[in-house]
Design a protein around this ligand. Structure first.
Ligand SMILES: *[C@@H]1O[C@H](CO)[C@@H](O)[C@H](O)[C@H]1NC(C)=O
Ligand SMILES: *[C@@H]1O[C@H](CO)[C@@H](O)[C@H](O)[C@H]1NC(C)=O
Ligand SMILES: *[C@@H]1O[C@H](CO)[C@@H](O)[C@H](O)[C@H]1NC(C)=O
Ligand SMILES: *[C@@H]1O[C@H](CO)[C@@H](O)[C@H](O)[C@H]1NC(C)=O
Ligand SMILES: *[C@@H]1O[C@H](CO)[C@@H](O)[C@H](O)[C@H]1NC(C)=O
Ligand SMILES: *[C@@H]1O[C@H](CO)[C@@H](O)[C@H](O)[C@H]1NC(C)=O
Ligand SMILES: *[C@@H]1O[C@H](CO)[C@@H](O)[C@H](O)[C@H]1NC(C)=O
Ligand SMILES: *[C@@H]1O[C@H](CO)[C@@H](O)[C@H](O)[C@H]1NC(C)=O
Length: 407
């Protein structure tokens, strides 16, 4: 009986391991096989230079195409369009794109192939004086007038476009800041993987990553902190939901046990997630950070639905329908909490987020943690098995001579 129990335990144990391995293979670090052919194109359909840059990331899958469009026109915007054909094209009416009325100047053709579209806008940077000393107290004491990214002058993306690394960087500044600048570095991906730089976000072929940097900006007080306002625009039938997931593993992002996301889902339905913005609540105070340069972030609850701003690539793509069929949701992500050094300490902040279609990538246990779990759970199981077998063998051995006299 003991032996049997031991065998059952071994069985359960093996089953448990194979379950972890299977779950890991499905959701885990870089084991998804889905690949896309990704190419970058600047200002599709336009030759010669212009003071407007639209970066088109075309990610072709087996039977679909993802179009990521990133532009500074109006306000920095990432437009995501999912089509169910590998042959859809982006068409820009440049005359209208460069006019005052950009409404409807960007189309994806054929329009009948478009399955889903959404846009993320980076609208404002808030600066606030954080003189609170209490850790638990809400940080913001006083807000300065925000920097509106709409009023920034943006550099040409052409200079920073890297076709082989699938990256580009958009930098801009406003009139009042001579030294300081704000940059967005965009990365596209062909398959699953993890960014080499902290916070080492996990990405898939259905996502792209933005690293947001504020550097050299003259703070308006000695205890200034910054916050970024992120807007997501989606159909009225979809609602934005803000979620925070906890994990027990901080191997990839030291001391951060959370991942936050703003997801778009169907109203009143449990259908899967349509699109997401995902980030870890951490920012870095230097360009090549060590552990001490990390600073926690917070975010506000998602706003109730707002009328979408008539701006940028969102207006260019959604056109007149933007007012009727769409809604915006906003979150503020603030960098640093009471007790942490202020912006003036380094004059630099970077924060990364992943924007994509479908369900957000989920971190599973890393091989290290898995190993610890297997050893931790496996050793007792093995001891039980060996112990059980030993006891059985001894019993059998003791009973054997007992039978002999009966014969
Ligand atoms: C590709 O998608 C189209 C439209 O959804 C569908 O009709 C077609 O059967 C698909 N082809 C393959 C090979 O999956
Ligand atoms: C902008 O262009 C669209 C499409 O051509 C047109 O319907 C709309 O009336 C224009 N708006 C303005 C303010 O000119
Ligand atoms: C923080 O600053 C505000 C004014 O900006 C002031 O009213 C408040 O007393 C200050 N708090 C601390 C703890 O210094
Ligand atoms: C990416 O999109 C494709 C096509 O819609 C889908 O088959 C695949 O599972 C997606 N991958 C992830 C990781 O969401
Ligand atoms: C900031 O601190 C420096 C010295 O620490 C001081 O000279 C300066 O006046 C302060 N600036 C503001 C805006 O408080
Ligand atoms: C930053 O501001 C704090 C608070 O006023 C001040 O103590 C510190 O000296 C400033 N640091 C720099 C580098 O200016
Ligand atoms: C969702 O449910 C609410 C209340 O149950 C209802 O008022 C609303 O019309 C529903 N929305 C959709 C799109 O079905
Ligand atoms: C972001 O912060 C500013 C300043 O406090 C506030 O006016 C705005 O409503 C906030 N937005 C959200 C979505 O919380």
């Amino acid at each position: 009986m003991k032996l049997l129990a031991g065998l059952v335990r071994l069985d359960v144990f093996l089953y448990f391991i194979s379950l972890i391995t299977a779950v890991q293979a499905f959701f885990g670090g870089g084991t998804d096989n889905y690949r896309r052919k990704v190419s970058l194109e600047l200002n599709p359909g336009r030759s010669g230079s212009s003071n407007v840059s639209v970066l088109h990331v075309r990610a072709v899958g087996n039977n679909d195409t993802l179009h990521f469009l990133w532009g500074s026109q109006g306000v920095p915007t990432l437009l995501l369009v999912h089509t169910d054909s590998p042959e859809t094209r982006v068409q820009i009416d440049w005359e209208r794109m460069l006019s005052n009325n950009i409404s409807g100047s960007l189309t994806v053709e054929p329009a009948s192939a478009v399955r889903y579209s959404t846009a993320f806008l980076f609208s404002k940077i808030w600066e606030y004086r954080d003189n609170s000393t209490d850790q638990s107290q809400a940080a913001a004491d006083s807000y300065f007038p925000p920097y509106s990214l709409e009023e920034f002058t943006w550099e040409d993306l052409n200079r920073t476009l890297n076709h082989s690394a699938l990256t580009a960087q958009l930098c801009g500044r406003n009139q009042s800041q001579h030294r300081g600048r704000v940059c967005f570095q965009i990365s596209a991906f062909e398959s699953w993987g993890r960014d080499p730089a902290w916070p080492r976000l996990l990405h898939s072929a259905n996502s792209s990553q933005l690293r947001f940097v504020i550097e050299g900006v003259m703070p308006r007080s000695n205890c200034s902190r910054f916050a970024l306002e992120l807007l997501s625009i989606d159909s009225r039938d979809h609602e934005a939901r803000e979620e925070t997931h906890r994990s027990i593993d901080d191997e990839y992002t030291p001391s951060i046990f959370q991942v936050s996301q703003l997801v778009s889902v169907h109203v009143n339905s449990s259908a899967p997630v349509l699109s997401y913005a995902q980030w870890k609540p951490v920012a870095y105070r230097t360009a090549s950070p060590v552990f001490e340069d990390s600073t926690p972030c917070r975010h506000s609850p998602a706003s109730p639905p707002l009328p979408p701003p008539r701006l940028g690539l969102a207006l260019a793509f959604f056109g007149g329908a933007l007012d009727q069929g769409y809604r915006a949701s906003a979150v503020n992500i603030s960098f640093g909490i009471p007790g942490e050094p202020f912006y003036n300490a380094t004059g630099y902040l970077s924060w990364s987020c992943l924007l994509g279609l479908g369900s957000p990538p989920e971190d599973s246990f890393s091989p290290l943690v898995l190993g610890i779990m297997v050893v931790g759970l496996g050793t007792p199981a093995l001891l039980l098995l060996v112990g059980g077998a030993y006891v059985c063998v001894r019993r059998l051995g003791r009973q054997q001579p007992g039978y002999a006299p009966i014969n």
